[in-house]
Design a protein around this ligand. Sequence first.
Ligand SMILES: NC(=O)c1ccc[n+]([C@@H]2O[C@H](COP(=O)([O-])OP(=O)(O)OC[C@H]3O[C@@H](n4cnc5c(N)ncnc54)[C@H](O)[C@@H]3O)[C@@H](O)[C@H]2O)c1
Ligand SMILES: O=P(O)(O)OC[C@@H](O)[C@@H](O)[C@H](O)[C@H](O)CO
Length: 505
Amino acid sequence: MSASTKRPRLKMHLLGNDSQRKCKEMIERPVKVLQIGEGNFLRGFADWMLHESARQGKFHGSVAVTQPRPGGKAKLEQIRDQDGLYTMITRGLSEGKRVERTEMVSVFSQFINPYEEWQTFLELAELPSLEFVISNTTESGLKFIQSDYIPGEPVQSFPGKLTVFLHQRYVRFAGDPSRGLIHLPCELLEGNGDVLRECVLRHSEDFGFSDSFRSWIEHHNQFLNNLVDRIVTGAPTQEEADALTERWGYEDQLINTAEPYHFWAIQGEESLDKRLPLKQAGLNVHWVKDLKPYQLRKVRILNGSHTLMSSLGLLRGKQHVRETMEDPQFSSWIRQAVLEEIVPAMDMPELGLEPYAEEVFERFLNPYIDHKLQDIALNTAGKFKVRVLPTLLAYEQSQGSWPERLIQGFAGFLYLYRPLQTQEGYRAQLLSGETIPLRDDPDVLAALATHWEGYDHLTSGTAELEKRVAAVLSNEVIWGENLDAKEGLRAALVHEISKLEGEVK
Ligand SMILES: NC(=O)c1ccc[n+]([C@@H]2O[C@H](COP(=O)([O-])OP(=O)(O)OC[C@H]3O[C@@H](n4cnc5c(N)ncnc54)[C@H](O)[C@@H]3O)[C@@H](O)[C@H]2O)c1
Ligand SMILES: O=P(O)(O)OC[C@@H](O)[C@@H](O)[C@H](O)[C@H](O)CO
């Protein structure tokens, strides 16, 4: 029997007197934030930040949390069941030292399932205290899905629900400009604020709402583009959770874990920090005029090096990021790829690219996180195009030669993505001969399978390899352009792929 079956679930009354008083005091504050999303990321990022600010006496509000799709019901019920409380464990390396901090987060004052409590959800819109809407519904949740609005019935999609919610507020306050809300959609999409505003405007038209409502949305609501960065790893292992249950004397079903690093860049006026006091609470939050450089920095350095290391790491039998970074050869390869190729191709010295890169290396070495290369490799074809290819091309443009390590990473990706068609779907063959599943766009995998069909590195020869690489590079559906037209690219890749073929065991 696991320890958790013998202990009660976390409830406010199970806490010591002092903790109870503090948690109650925070939860009784007026609702300032509507949160759409009950997932690990928001609870380990925005809610943890609000809690920290409230703890310091800076943020005087609470959060009403709702789930963005019917499927999120179970998590919302768990939050309700625990009086809105959960434990946050922050751990990892910070400036070379191990850091571990455990705290009880108490910011949720209301828990509403809009699919079963639609009216209660809409009543929130009438609260004068409400100022912000924060969401994270993954890239799949922040998009326009054509739908009808039948008064009294919930709309399914997140932007659709928000449109009706805003209309309710608009009507209740007779279009008062000061009652507009500030929206912070945290989904990892470029221009996330703009995307949400566009979705709301389209729904408003479909639902038949007035032009003056549209104008209130456009002029008195702010939809802020923003970039989030923190590795939030969710629940600990069952073994660790059981040990914590024993230690605390209650079971917390919502324990969340995250690295110490956190960064939130929000394109908006710094004066907003008076209303959402995160920067002034000492959190790594930046109110910026232009988000693009921060986005570029993160995508090219952090996500780019993840993508680069995943193909070569997997090919050579590595499984996790830390394991790859602890291998001296791999580690110096990644460092050189980032510091000598990715950073010089960006030409943005004012953004502190080297210190950011050093922080990223430290994050990759987090002793508490086993970040799977296979998870990072999900959809590599699309990620390579956005996260690595632009650097490769920019480097060649500015330096007049192809960057050695990025070419090796590209060769690794092309080698890994020679899909073998099996009964369980497409698989990749590693240098050891072992195979692993390839999880990517089925059309891209089918096209690549065709390009490599019948190729055998032992018998086909270099001329045939060159032909196959040319076919892949000239596939404009994958790359959006004909990469085979880039002088010297094909030859550089063929050279590196041949070297990998020489390593086959
Ligand atoms: N966990 C991290 O380290 C991290 C870091 C930065 C960004 N992110 C981004 O945050 C997102 C969520 O990560 P998480 O760790 O919170 O996962 P999670 O599974 O804990 O939460 C996912 C949330 O998205 C909602 N959702 C999923 N599909 C949806 C859909 N089609 N429509 C509406 N809502 C939908 C779920 O109901 C839930 O609220 C990911 O897409 C990831 O890109 C995560
Ligand atoms: O989440 P993905 O699949 O888009 O990318 C994999 C990782 O690069 C990513 O999860 C980072 O760890 C995260 O973006 C850090 O904030």
